[in-house]
Design a protein around this ligand. Structure first.
Ligand code: MN
Length: 196
């Protein structure tokens, strides 16, 4: 059984970039609904006691379990997303992450350009990720609930580009949300920890 995790910060901690009202709905309603529906759909599958990453890898691509996949992957994606942000985050990273970004993208600025282009270019709902693909950092976009785990890529960072992530604060201006995310919210310590 999955549980809705607590946000790793206060609901107003990310203001003015993400409002408490957005987090109230995004975490308290959307994320919670994925947990509740996912738990309901897990019943009787024999996967009830597996950890969530195992479930995602096992059922990805199985069309008979598409609804379960969508809900379980959305639970994982949102928990990961909350941890990708912190108050006073964003801007240029330092240390190992900075070195890897410079090596694989050419510069921090080129990474930002690629990340925002990935997020804006995701048609409809989805996610934009920074992943480690066999030792090389790349930007990856995924539709709906999909994530890098079942593509054998290691997720390092994600931004949610579903409209529910930004519409109350930015309306249709997804690029402004992505700019605020990159400049003011990214928790680079979390990204560095994910590098392993
Ligand atoms: Mn979301």
């Amino acid at each position: 059984m999955m549980q809705l995790p607590e946000l790793p910060y206060d609901k107003s901690a990310l203001e003015p970039h993400i409002s408490a009202r957005t987090l109230e709905f995004h975490h308290g309603k959307h994320h919670k609904a994925y947990v509740d529906k996912g738990n309901e759909l897990l019943q009787g599958t024999g996967l009830e006691n597996e950890d969530i990453e195992t479930v995602i890898r096992k059922i990805a691509g199985d069309s008979s379990k598409a609804a379960l996949f969508n809900n379980v992957a959305q639970v994982w994606n949102h928990t990961f997303f909350w941890n990708c942000m912190k108050k006073g985050g964003g801007g240029k990273p330092a240390g190992k992450v900075a070195e890897r970004i410079a090596a694989d993208f050419g510069s921090y600025e080129k990474f930002v350009e690629a990340f925002k282009a990935g997020g804006v270019g995701q048609f409809g709902s989805g996610w934009v990720w920074l992943v480690d693909n066999g030792g090389k950092l790349e930007v990856m976009k995924t539709p709906n609930a999909e994530n890098p785990l079942h593509h054998n890529k290691k997720p390092l960072l994600v931004a949610d580009v579903w409209e529910h992530a930004y519409y109350l604060d930015y309306q249709n201006r997804r690029v402004d949300f992505l700019s605020a995310f990159v400049d003011n919210l990214i928790n680079w310590d979390f990204v560095e920890a994910n590098l392993g």
